[in-house]
Design a binder for this molecule. Structure first.
Ligand code: GTP
Length: 241
């Protein structure tokens, strides 16, 4: 792999397993159950991308495609303040788009292309990638159509990452892997969208809760990163070791 620009997550342990942070020009997925910290990580990245390079940032701005209305301006400001950034300015450097359907989500990805031409963007976030796909294609017979549409969307995102050398980071929900459960392998989680998303050269990181503020991240699929684990914390200031 060639040398890529990277954005720090705020945790050196998590950065380490990511090869130094979240890479530009590629896709990174954070998957996990509710409360595992997916949204907190992407909020933190929106702040960290604004930091100077010597502090792990790119001194640039972020686009945030919010599919569930869960973006928290207050939390982003708090994370910025904790790093000594001006909170209002930090929030203005995050271009938030709310999308209410798959259609709007795909259009937002197109708009992101245009915005990357006008503004100095280093990061594009989609929180979450699959919620609308899951809701709109919920019947069993819809699965192949859903997967085709999702594949097209992931293609859009990969082009975005490559054309503009930005980090594209998305969150994803998980469902219980029924097959593993019925084979007595216990409760295992699978990211939504399965291999369609994974086989697009995406770095796939699974998150889980540990004690208190502690969360565990594990690389479960990646074109070049080894499958390692790291512990990090979600504190009042944001993501930390
Ligand atoms: P869903 O969005 O519910 O699917 O979950 P998620 O994985 O995105 O979880 P999220 O990133 O929202 O993380 C939620 C967890 O972050 C909470 O359980 C808290 O532990 C922590 N958290 C969120 N906001 C704050 C905050 O302002 N201060 C502190 N200390 N912790 C917070």
């Amino acid at each position: 792999e060639r040398k890529r620009r990277r954005i720090t997550t705020g945790s050196s342990a998590l950065d380490e397993i990511l090869g130094g942070g979240v890479p530009c020009g590629e896709l990174t997925e954070f998957a996990g159950p509710f409360g595992s910290g997916k949204s907190q990580i992407v909020f933190q990245l929106c702040v960290n991308v604004q930091l100077p390079e010597e502090e792990g940032g790119l001194e640039s701005k972020a686009i945030f495609i919010d599919t569930e209305g869960t973006v928290s301006p207050g939390r982003i400001k708090g994370m910025a303040e904790a790093l000594g950034l001006d909170p209002g300015e930090a929030l203005r450097n995050v271009f938030v788009t709310q999308v209410r359907s798959v259609e709007e989500q795909m259009r937002a990805a197109e708009e992101a292309h245009k915005l990357c031409e006008r503004e100095d963007i280093g990061l594009v976030v989609i929180d979450s990638l699959t919620a609308h796909f899951r809701a709109e294609y919920s019947k069993l017979g819809d699965v192949s159509e859903r997967q085709a549409r999702l594949m097209k969307h992931v293609d859009q995102l990969r082009n975005l990452a490559m054309d503009h050398d930005v980090a594209v980071v998305f969150t994803n929900q998980v469902h219980v892997d029924i097959e593993a459960a019925t084979k007595g392998k216990g409760r295992r989680y699978e990211p939504v969208g399965g291999t369609i998303v994974a086989h697009q050269a995406t770095h796939r990181i699974m998150l889980r809760r540990a004690k208190g503020e502690v969360r565990i991240a594990r690389i479960i699929d990646s074109p070049y990163l080894p499958q390692r684990e790291a512990a990090f914390r979600i504190t009042e200031e944001g993501i930390r070791d």
